[in-house]
Each structure stands twice: as structure tokens, then as C-alpha cells.
Design a protein around this ligand. Sequence first.
Ligand SMILES: Cc1cc2nc3c(=O)[nH]c(=O)nc-3n(C[C@H](O)[C@H](O)[C@H](O)COP(=O)(O)OP(=O)(O)OC[C@H]3O[C@@H](n4cnc5c(N)ncnc54)[C@H](O)[C@@H]3O)c2cc1C
Ligand code: SF4
Length: 474
Amino acid sequence: MLRFVSEQAQQPAKRPAGMRTHDHGEIHHGFVAKDAAAQAARCAQCGVPFCQVHCPLSNNIPDWLKLTADGRLREAYDLAESTNNMPEICGRICPQDRLCEANCVIEQSTHGAVTIGSIEKYLADTAFQNGWVRPIRPRVARAESIGIVGAGPAGLTAAEQLRKQGYGVTIYDRHDRAGGLLIYGIPNFKLDKAVVQRRVARQEAGGIQFRLGVEIGCDLSLRELRAHHDAVLLATGAYRARETGAKGASLPGVVAALDYLIASNRKGLGDVVPSHDDGSLHAKGKDVVVIGGGDTAMDCVRTAVRQGANSVTCLYRRDRANMPGSAREVLHAEEEGVRFEWLAAPDAFDGVEAVARVHGARMRLGVVDASGRHGIEKDGSSFEIAAQMVIVAAGFDPEPLPQMLSEKALMTGSDGRVRIDQRNFMTSLEGVFAAGDIVRGASLVVWAIRDGRDAAAAIHAHLLARQEVVHAAE
Ligand SMILES: Cc1cc2nc3c(=O)[nH]c(=O)nc-3n(C[C@H](O)[C@H](O)[C@H](O)COP(=O)(O)OP(=O)(O)OC[C@H]3O[C@@H](n4cnc5c(N)ncnc54)[C@H](O)[C@@H]3O)c2cc1C
Ligand code: SF4
């Protein structure tokens, strides 16, 4: 039985009166069969499944909602799982308000979308509880093996799909636990770590090998991996933190978002984390300013609330309508007491021995550029906020993989994203494929799953074609 200490359990934080929290990541939730059936029955079965079209996995949502409404939960789960390797995870953390639920016709008619995500989560959790989640049992054993670099959702999904085809699969990850950002990025209150580890345990039981604490490019080279395996998949994510350009970023107390979240997640997993315990990566009693407007920034502000921060302010350089993060997350953060400063960017962080305040500039939106986003410019006014902790969550780019892997022939774009042939997911190196954030740039879990599935299918096709060539030559 897996046990985890949640950040909340460690810190029953004193929160300002009226603050409430939205924690929906845990395994045992309040949603029961009759709620699921009632929600599912609201589906109009409209015949134009915009929800399905806007789900990156093309989940057959109307059909599994109908089965749920009819009480046929096991069949509903089987259908949900047939297109999604992690339905319980997507149900918890997909930004449904931008994807499936945003496009529900009932939402369009202003009656509130069918809560597709919570039904998906309910179906999968119920399937685990009732033993309906089938083990991974390949019908054939193939001689070829595949090495996967990165145990995030893209790598894990590809591993499962390839293992089901009978390949030997080994996943390498530099972290000591599998899951990628599902384990060390996304906080427990959104996604309980036991939910992730349950999937990983099923993969281990299905014969997928995990080599954790192994960094490719350091402990093992890509060349060695290519010599050892018949194909390699790079699913290494995007970890190069963007900088704000503000002065004073090296002051103690100015911390990187991922360092902060990793410390909190490790603590929740029961690890000894000195930087968390000595307060350097802990928000208790501090005025916290978070810079950024994406999912990472929302996770930081909401973690700081749970740690008992004195105040939490989020600075975002554009306005509310142009935030990259989920609008629902922003609403949750506001209800939890987070203050948002829209059209605000940091100019400098200052303090004597550690950060004490943020000097900010007010911004205004400029014209829409070629990417479809508003440009921004300073409007000439400024402001100041007291802060004993500043968390920089300005976004991530891929790390420079050709240098890290000492493989100059691996082609990347100017932003570091690995280039693939879109038809077959292969990189510029023969037999080396890539998927997930390392190809897309920082994106979403559901897209990493989609890429993992597509890349696995492409690797399978590649290996079958190679076999045919070998047979033809014999
Ligand atoms: C704080 C945060 C919150 C987020 N919240 C959400 C959310 O609510 N909903 C959502 O849909 N998405 C969210 N995302 C985005 C989502 O987590 C990512 O898009 C997704 O995890 C990408 O999957 P991936 O498999 O490509 O990479 P990752 O999950 O990043 O996994 C990559 C793995 O590769 C390993 N690795 C890297 N280099 C090497 C190497 N050289 N050798 C060995 N191993 C290596 C890493 O250790 C890591 O485990 C969030 C991201 C962050 C940072
Ligand atoms: S995977 Fe995400 S987008 Fe697709 S149905 Fe589930 S919650 Fe909606």
C-alpha cells in the first residue's frame, strides 16, 4: 500500500479567513456512481462530437458517457482506456476548460458543460478499485529492444504501447522515480503521486525495465544506447527555465519554480529535503511573489498558499484574457486568496542580504504579432511589492540536447526543440525517435500521451519494415 504525506498534512497552514482550497488530485474522491451517471446523462448525444474533436486523444467521449449513464461502467472504462493510457491522470489535470468541456454543446448553450474530466477520472479510479485494469501481457515476444530516454508521460506511454507489441523495453531516467513532471512538477493537490505510481507499478509488472538515476549523456552515452537497442526514443521534456531579465535575480530568496516544486513534491513523497526544512524553499510566513501566468505559476501560488505564506501575489505581464494557464486554475487560486497583478512585469528584485521587494513596471498590450499574441510594452508607471520569496515561473524551453548528448548530428530548431520527420517521428539520426515536450516545447500531458502513442506506432512500423528488408536479403 502506497502512503504519501501531503504538503497539507505536514503544514495545516493558517490561511486568511474565507480562503478555501480546491484539491482534486487524491485517489479517494467524493464523486460516486450516481453523480457520474447523472452527469453523464446530461450529455445531449448531439451527434456533432465537438468534445471528441477537441480532445487531443480523440477520446470517444459521447459513447463512454452513454455507457456511464446506463451504469455499464466497466465497458465505459474499457472504451476510455482504448484511446488513453492514463485516463485517471487526464481526468485530473487536463485543462478541460480549454479542450473537451470548452467545446461541449451544453456549455455553448450556457448550461454548463458535462464534467467530462471528472467522469473520466471516476471511471479509471473505479476500474482500479474493481480490478478491471488489465495487466500488460504481450501476446508475442519480439527479439528487438527499445531504449526510451525519459519516464514522463510521453516515454511511459510509448513504453506501454511497445511492450504490448512484445518488444523488450527499457526506460532510462535521470531522476530516482519514474513519472517526469507528473511526479516532480505537478503538485499533490492536483495529482496524488499514488495515482502516478499505480500506473508505473503496472508497467513494471508488465515487464518494462526501469533504469532510474541514469542520465543519458552523462552516465551512458546516446551512442551506447543506440548500439544496445534496435531503436531509441528521446522523451526528455523541456527543462531550460526562461529568465525574466529583471535585475537582482541572483539574490537569496529568488528561486526557480521547478526547484521549489520539486522540493515540495519530494517532501510529500517522504524524502529528506534540507532546502525545504531550512525554509529556503518553503513559503511559510513569507510574502511570496510568483512571476508568470502558466500552469507552473498557478502550481507555485497554490503550493505557497498551502505552505502557509503570509501573502501570495502573482505578477503576469499580459492581462487575464491572455493568460496561457487554465482559467479554472486562476479562479481556484483567487478563491484560495491569491492576488493577481495583471499587466505587471518585474524590473528588479532588491534587498540587502536577501530579496525584500520587487520593483515592477505596468505594461499595456500592443498589437497582435504573427504568432497571434499581443505584444507588450511598458506604460510608464511602476509599483513595488514586499517579498521575502520570489518564485520565477516564466516558462521552459528544451535543453540543448545535441550538446548534452554529444551528438552534433541531432537536428534541433533555434529554440532547442528536436526536429522530427512528422510522418514517422524519426529525428535526423537513423533509428532515433523523439516525442513529447522535447519536440513540441512545453505543452500538456495529454499531448505527451498522444505523441507517445504515435511515436510507438512509428517505431513498430520502422522495425517491421527493417525486418522485411532483412528477410528479403536472406
Ligand atoms: C509545474 C508544472 C505543472 C504542469 N501542470 C500541468 C497540468 O496541470 N496539466 C497538463 O496537462 N500539463 C501540465 N504541465 C505540462 C506537462 O507536465 C508536460 O507537458 C508533460 O509532462 C511533458 O511530458 P514529457 O514526457 O514530454 O516530459 P517530462 O514529463 O518532462 O518527462 C521527461 C523525463 O525525461 C527525463 N530526462 C530528461 N533528460 C534526461 C537524460 N538526459 N537522461 C535521462 N533522463 C532524462 C526527466 O528526468 C523526466 O523524467 C505542467 C508542467 C509543469 C512544469
Ligand atoms: S483526455 Fe483530456 S481533453 Fe480528452 S476527454 Fe479526457 S480530459 Fe478531456
